[in-house]
Design a protein around this ligand. Sequence first.
Ligand code: NAD
Length: 370
Amino acid sequence: MSAQKLLLLPGDGIGPEVMAEVKRLIAWMNDRKLGRFELEEGLVGGSSYDASGTAVTEETMAKAHAADAVLFGAVGGPKWDGVPYDVRPEAALLRLRKDLGLFANLRPAICYPALADASSLKRDLVDGLDIMIVRELTGGVYFGEPKTIVDLGNGQKRAIDTQVYDTYEIERIARVAFELARKRRNKVTSMEKRNVMKSGVLWHEVVTAVHAREFADVALEHQLADAGGMQLVRRPKQFDVIVTDNLFGDMLSDVAAMLTGSLGMLPSASLGEVDAKTGKRKALYEPVHGSAPDIAGKGIANPIAMLASFGMALRYSFGMGREADLVDQAIAGALAKGLRTADIVAAGEKAVSTSEMGDAVIAEFSRLAG
Ligand code: NAD
């Protein structure tokens, strides 16, 4: 097995605390020859700004380009609220996404049976939920030009954002969704607003064409994004893979997040184009949560989102599907044993620390791996 090059960017706040648990799991896997991971580490976000005046250095960017995958913790915090806009901590993440061409954001929403009561929906609606939201990440209204606020000179201003999608952008995100569906329950739901938006008309047309041409074996349905949002909270288990644009994906994935209980549980992956020569793709894996300054330094953060993000790296960058399954099963096992960090503990019950949860997941992983 050739070595897998991983760049770890723990970042700020609880980022380094949750990354520490992933490092322990990686060390364990390396020791047992369950992987051959070569680790590099770098500063990112506020910690990079403090060290070098920028949210991510050119040296770290070069390491990110050279790595097989990047594992990112979280950035930001009140300490850096006043720094100039272009070197603010979040700028690092945007630069990484842009320079690595990470156009596909994958956000699974999984509800572990042990946590079904922590959801804002009734247990029977979410117990066993396993859906994947595929959000287009580098186009649409967040990037389209013109994007400006114009002074109309009559005491009024006009704000303009531009929703823009080209055929190739829709084709490539649709392919990611269909390919994922083939490895899951073989169903894709595409969401847009073709009733009121031209970009929705093109989205619908292109997804339909890609499906007919390349993925006729996968079930495809279309929903208007507003109706889809309603269905997500009404009957979430009807979905397998949802594919949608940048703006709708931003909102729908946050809605889906709440179905599963806590921000501390949710991993994500951002993938680039497959390189025709090497067959590899650039990828960055990160928890959905931020740097949680309110609990940083206390050793109580939930490391599950970060551990599950590493699990996604095993699956989508390293072709280690079995080990990825083991990570997911180890997390489910630790939860089934009753371990809960403060964010998911029931009132009156005892919460475990970040490292105790890490210990439990690694112990389960070790037991399952035999
Ligand atoms: P947050 O996700 O950091 O925290 C929201 C709430 O969830 C907090 O109460 C926090 O304690 C809790 N929480 C989050 N992760 C947790 C975990 N693993 N275990 C237990 N509890 C957890 O969002 P926020 O408070 O809006 O933002 C804080 C900082 O993080 C800001 O500077 C923001 O810009 C930044 N941020 C960064 C990213 C990123 O790096 N990708 C994402 C979101 C926010």
